[in-house]
Design a protein around this ligand. Structure first.
Ligand code: F6R
Ligand code: ZN
Length: 186
């Protein structure tokens, strides 16, 4: 085997749940970028918008939009609340609506919020080792319901794309809130 045929693959660091490697993209999502998504606008305004809500490490080995390929990502969602609502990811439908996805819990406690096209919303609890199948036509968002960081993995088709707009305008029909120190989907 010659040198050119040996490739350096990304590496999952099991001690801190990060993904490293020359082709890995690192994205930061600031709280300010989630403007309009939390119910308590006054509480949101009081918070430092420059704090990081979550980070994503992604490996996209084929060009975005390629049919038949797969992407891989690790999300690190910080703990906290805006009013009584837990920190959460933006959430999206896939642009190619029928595309499914896997999520799995790595560290911490979470709630995966799933909403179908009719606006029916349900929750699945995430914990280290929990595995979640997100069917097509289903919006998905994750809330961190624990006191520490929540880390989860994701694997999705490279032609899925992301539709954030519908969530910006219509939101999810239920929210994950801290009520009497318990996480409830209300
Ligand atoms: C990919 C996917 C995840 C999310 C990530 C951040 O289809 O679902 O990798 O992209 O957890 O969440 P969003 O994209 O909703 O900001
Ligand atoms: Zn997705």
């Amino acid at each position: 085997m010659n040198k050119e045929s040996i490739k350096i693959n990304p590496q999952i660091i099991f001690t801190n749940g990060q993904l490293n490697g020359p082709d890995v993209i690192h994205k930061k999502k600031y709280l300010s970028q989630l403007n309009g998504l939390f119910e308590d606008a006054a509480a949101f305004k009081e918070m430092a918008g420059d704090q990081i809500a979550y980070e994503v490490d992604a490996w996209c080995p084929v060009t975005e939009g390629t049919e038949g390929g797969l992407f891989f990502g690790l999300t690190h969602l910080y703990p906290g609340t805006v009013g009584d609502e837990y920190f959460m990811t933006h959430g999206h439908f896939h642009e190619m609506e029928n595309r499914a996805e896997y999520y799995w819990g790595i560290e911490g406690e979470g709630m995966l919020v799933l909403m179908d096209k009719e606006g029916n919303t349900r929750g699945e609890t995430m914990f280290p080792g929990s595995l979640h199948y997100i069917p097509g036509f289903t919006a998905h968002r994750v809330a961190n319901i624990g006191n520490g960081i929540l880390r989860f993995g994701a694997c999705w088709p490279s032609d899925a794309g992301h539709n954030y707009e519908t969530i910006n305008t219509e939101g999810f029909s239920k929210r994950v809130k801290k009520i009497d120190n318990k996480a409830l989907l209300v």
